[in-house]
Design a binder for this molecule. Sequence first.
Ligand code: TYD
Length: 202
Amino acid sequence: MFLTLEGGDAAGKTTQAVALERWLTGLGRTVVRTREPGGTPLGQTVRDLVLHGDHVAPRAEALLYAADRAQHVASVVRPALERGDVVIQDRYLDSSVAYQGAGRVLDPEEVRGLSTWATEGLLPDLTVLLDLDPASARDRRSGRAAEDRLESEQDEFHSRVRDAFLALAAAEPRRFLVVDADRPAEAIAADIRRAVQPLLEP
Ligand code: TYD
């Protein structure tokens, strides 16, 4: 089973990934918890280049995320799925469509096509979208460490990203669960468990 978490920065993806891992492990499942960018040694280098370097041209940015994804799917995600493990992943191709498509204003279909090529078409069984308005996200981020290159974009950028995520979810309602992330973590975790439960084999 391949589960991904999506949403803006500071939406609480990591908290929910940890909670979901704990629950599934308690049910006896073997879980691989991972993330993009940076889920492999190559990906760590890409992550540094794309998040902490100087200006990166939009198309270069899209290609770097796609390269990270290709390496990650080939060396971590597919092997785990073939072993029968559950993969819980922080961000996947929907992040590229939202951030590089709507955020950087590249053609969303082309950006998606790049990821489809990079991953040989691997799609998650379930994608949880943690939806949070950009102003709340900014308040949450203010208590954290220095912002990276994408986090420091204006609210208007983050609004476009949010709208893009919601449009992606509306286009694929069977794959997506949209949850209001402006609630206590436990309430959100319960919603996620309810959506994952039917996907577990009897
Ligand atoms: P993330 O690891 O979620 O941020 P952090 O760990 O710092 O909270 O993601 C890093 C940034 O990369 C985030 O701003 C979103 C961006 N991103 C893209 O623009 N495109 C992508 O395809 C992915 C996976 C992430």
